[in-house]
Design a protein around this ligand. Structure first.
Ligand SMILES: [Zn+2]
Length: 879
């Protein structure tokens, strides 16, 4: 069902506070899969009671209203009006108690918002506006109240009955029924409400907080998954300890629940003390989950736990402020993962993700600032911009203020706003006031969309030994905003000699000690920095650790890139230099391919890779990152009109060339790393596996790869190695690929999560034939279009991660995908909208493909009763 049927645009500037305080909310659920009865009792107190009687406005969607009473008087249809999702009671007294009874129908709720069914249990998802599908209530984040919840159900079908807070009481009822009561003492907005009812199994542990509170930790899963919760539990305990150590934040209740479900639109949800998780981010065993899965679980468990303070205790005033909780909490989970694993590797992963997922958003029809100014459907704004770019902006506060200053700001933020719903301005003000600084210009990051471009030029004067570096910044116009202003950019840099030594950096006019690493602040459109006593023309190491989320333009020579790859102590710059060199080499060959010329392998690239692979000191995970070629989508972003087939051909050519020229090195590494040792979960073991498997992927291009992959499939004791080997076989069309896939299928056919990987491996195979495979796989018994994980694994991966499949020249990929969007929309508009976004950048392609994508967008938009979610995406794309 649509959230906002009129397609009405909601503006941030129109925010007004809710005129009422809701003093308490008592809920009683009579649970049934077909029909659940919800009784709600809420006490209203007018904030300003001098005003006289005021209207009470409640939100509701798809509710069957049984009764409505105000101060014991039953209201009839003359006493209130219902208009779409709004129910208005006119002229209510300044203090009143409202009681409602409604019926809802979980079994037919396929949108997975509100109360719905997953396997053997019922559960809720209320963010952003799902609570209105449960009962009439002011469903907006600035209305916070305390909840008392009683759940009543059949004891055999629903032995477990959970809600937020602490359990206060329970009892049995006649006819095999029972009830449980919960009370959450912390006021919260409706989007943090949670309920779970059903037959689930439990893994339990505990954590003692620094002040001595013993917290019971409970993970509920379906019975067959009990042996896959260990890593999630360990991650939760690590997260609780880390938040005390690093942010001085302690948990505040006696119990913490995590419930894992197969049917979830998102990754996980931070409902107070009742986190609901996609199974993907809970369940792991070495033979079922890859190293990436393990890292993902640690990160998401941390993320939802950290929300307890940044999101729950202090929440958002309105949904425009989503980045207040998400940008900040993503920053916190990134730091957690960096402290648990390798900081350098984590940074590179985060930066790559931002470039691949967020930069294109800025360049597309849905461009928006991290704090949007308007939306039609808020579910469309759970974006990489709000989350990932939001986190880099929090990281810039951290860079500018330092760890101590940042933590001072956090402390003041909680002192001022604990228990409140606030705005991004309040966060900025706390950072300013705690550090006695002015961040007025920095605030532009909240209102300006787009990826800034930083163009660096330089001049070296050998006579005066002065080196002048000029930085010009500009942000290209975006679909939502034409005028752009200069931004505050933390600009971290070093200067290297040709031999790789870091030079002491003294700006003209400075005295005292000179550091080799400097943090400069750029605020203007153009700024110059002149360094003195520079003995030779240096190699600039720019925006170290990616100190600002910008596209960096500097005309590096191959020699300079080689120096950075070999010597830079900053892992990001070193990795980025390798990416630049690979990107240049691939795009050059792409151009030759377009011009009908034979492609050539760049000898400097071979030497650079040889150097990387010969580095005995570096973390193997960093080496793996450095020799991973840029994705085809990233390469596509670097050219004006995307040449889908040319990029693919050029990238394959370079891969093959590197593989054959460096075969001996790849083989040596593979053999050393493939030491037959039993699986270990440690970061060091993961790093070794990542390098081993990237070496294998190169070796697949040459003689020995196939045999190595086959024996790796046979001997593997973990999913990382198994998947890497089977993927390798699929990519080279090995005769063994089908057997490996069918063995995998027979082994895991009953395992929903592992079967996702089986779908992904096939959906991602390059080439125009894959669409037929994907269409066939939709008939597989393990596939269901109603399950978001399956949709993402098969349809999402094909459309978003398989450029030569989705963009097949005959348009078959586009037609197939548009059909899926249309099929999904009536079932699950949120998922349909996310899938529709695959067409967002249609204007970047050649005329033939543009015309075909436009046709499909128009076909989607002409569907009758299309949801607001998809309408907003498609209308923006076509605009
Ligand atoms: Zn979050």
């Amino acid at each position: 069902m649509k959230q906002n049927q009129a397609g009405e645009v909601i503006y941030r500037k129109n925010y007004t506070a809710y005129p009422w305080n809701v003093m308490r909310l008592d809920l009683h659920f009579d649970i049934g899969t077909e029909t659940t009865t919800v009784h709600a009792e809420m006490e209203f107190q007018l904030k300003d009671d001098d005003q006289g009687p005021q209207d009470i406005i409640l939100n509701g969607s798809n509710l069957q209203l049984v009764s409505l009473t105000l101060n014991h008087r039953t209201l009839d249809e003359n006493d209130y009006t219902v208009d779409g999702e709004k129910l208005t009671i006119s002229n209510a007294p300044a203090h009143c108690v409202l009681k409602t009874e409604v019926l809802i129908h979980p079994a037919t709720n396929s949108a997975l918002e509100g109360l719905y069914v997953s396997g053997e249990f019922l559960l809720t998802q209320c963010e952003a506006q799902g609570f209105r599908k449960i009962t009439w209530f002011p469903d907006r984040p600035d209305v916070m109240t305390t909840y008392r919840v009683t759940l009543e159900a059949d004891k055999t079908d629903f032995p477990v009955l959970l809600s937020n807070g602490n359990e206060t009481n329970r009892g049995d009822l006649p006819d095999g029924r029972h009830w449980v009561s919960w009370e959450d003492p912390f006021p919260k907005p409706a989007y943090l409400f949670g309920l779970v009812a059903g037959d689930l199994s439990l893994v339990q542990d505990h954590f003692t907080t620094r002040s001595g509170r013993v917290v019971t930790l409970k993970i509920y899963v379906e019975a067959e998954n009990l042996d896959r919760c260990e890593h999630a539990m360990e991650s939760l305990i690590n997260a609780m300890r880390w938040d005390e150590d690093r942010f001085d934040l302690e948990y505040d209740l006696d119990v913490y629940h995590i419930i894992a479900t197969n049917d979830f639109n998102m990754g996980a949800m931070e409902n107070k003390s009742l986190n609901i998780f996609n199974t993907k981010y809970v369940l792991a065993r070495p033979d079922t989950a890859t190293d990436i899965d393990y890292q993902g679980i640690e990160g998401v468990i941390g993320h939802e736990y950290f929300h307890n303070w940044t999101g729950n205790r202090v929440t958002c005033q309105d949904w425009f402020q989503l980045t207040l909780k998400e940008g900040l909490t993503v920053f916190r989970d990134e730091e957690f993962s960096a402290d648990m694993q390798s900081r350098a590797v984590k940074r590179i992963q985060v930066i790559r993700d931002l470039r691949i997922r967020q930069f294109p958003e800025d360049d597309g029809p849905m461009a928006h600032p991290i704090r949007p100014d308007q939306y039609v459907e808020i579910n469309n704004f759970y974006t990489a911009t709000v989350y990932q770019k939001g986190a880099t902006i929090i990281r810039m506060y951290h860079t500018l203020l330092g760890e101590r200053g940042f933590q001072k700001g956090m402390k003041l933020y909680f002192e001022r706003h604990d228990g409140q719903a606030v705005s991004c301005d309040d966060f900025l003000a706390a950072m300013e006031d705690a550090n006695d600084t002015n961040l007025e210009r920095f605030a532009r990051w909240y209102s300006q969309s787009g990826t800034p471009q930083a163009t660096v030029t330089d001049h070296y004067d050998a006579v005066t030994q002065k080196y002048t570096l000029t930085l010009e910044q500009s942000t290209p116009p975006t679909s939502d905003q034409h005028e752009k202003q200069p931004l505050v950019l933390p600009f971290a840099l070093a200067l290297l000699t040709a031999a790789g030594e870091e030079l002491p950096l003294r700006l003209e006019g400075e005295a005292g000690d000179a550091a080799v690493h400097r943090l400069l602040i750029v605020e203007d459109a153009r700024q110059e920095f002149t360094f003195t006593n520079i003995p030779e023309a240096p190699v600039p190491s720019l925006f170290r650790d990616f100190s600002a989320p910008v596209k960096i333009f500097y005309d590096y020579s191959k020699q300079q890139l080689a120096t950075l790859i070999k010597h830079d102590s900053d892992a990001y710059v070193r990795w980025d230099a390798a990416q630049r060199m690979s990107t240049n080499a691939i795009l050059e060959q792409c151009q030759r391919h377009a011009d009908g010329l034979e492609m050539q392998l760049d000898a400097d690239l071979v030497e650079a890779f040889r150097g990387v692979l010969s580095d005995q000191q570096a973390d193997p995970a960093l080496l793996a990152e450095a020799i991973t070629l840029p994705d085809e989508d990233y390469l596509a972003d670097q050219i004006k009109v995307v040449d889908v087939d040319g990029i693919h051909a050029a990238r394959c050519f370079i891969r093959k060339g590197l593989a054959s020229r460096l075969e001996a090195l790849f083989t040596t590494h593979y053999e050393t790393l493939d030491d037959g040792a039993a699986y270990q979960k440690s970061a060091a073991a993961m790093a070794r596996r990542s390098l081993k498997n990237i070496c294998l992927s190169y070796l697949m291009e040459t003689g020995p790869g196939e045999a190595l992959a086959n024996s790796q499939v046979e001997s593997s004791d973990n999913m990382t190695d198994t998947l890497a080997a089977i993927r390798g076989l699929i990519f080279v069309d090995s005769a063994q690929a089908d057997k490996a896939l069918s063995d995998f299928e027979s082994k895991w056919i009953d395992d929903a999560l592992v079967m996702d990987k089986w779908f992904i491996m096939q959906a991602i195979k390059p080439g125009p034939d894959t669409v037929n495979k994907v269409r066939d796989l939709m008939q597989h018994p393990a596939f269901s279009i109603k399950n978001p994980n399956k949709v993402r694994a098969l349809i999402g991966v094909f459309a978003m991660l398989n450029p030569t499949g989705f963009h097949a020249a005959d348009g078959s990929g586009y037609r197939f995908h548009a059909d899926r969007v249309i099929e999904l929309d009536p079932l699950n508009p949120q998922m349909a909208a996310r899938m529709a976004a695959a067409f967002n950048r249609w204007k970047r392609y050649d005329e033939g493909r543009m015309a075909m994508m436009k046709t499909e967008l128009q076909r989607i938009s002409s569907v009758e009763s299309l949801s607001g979610d998809v309408t907003e995406i498609v209308a923006n794309a076509l605009r």
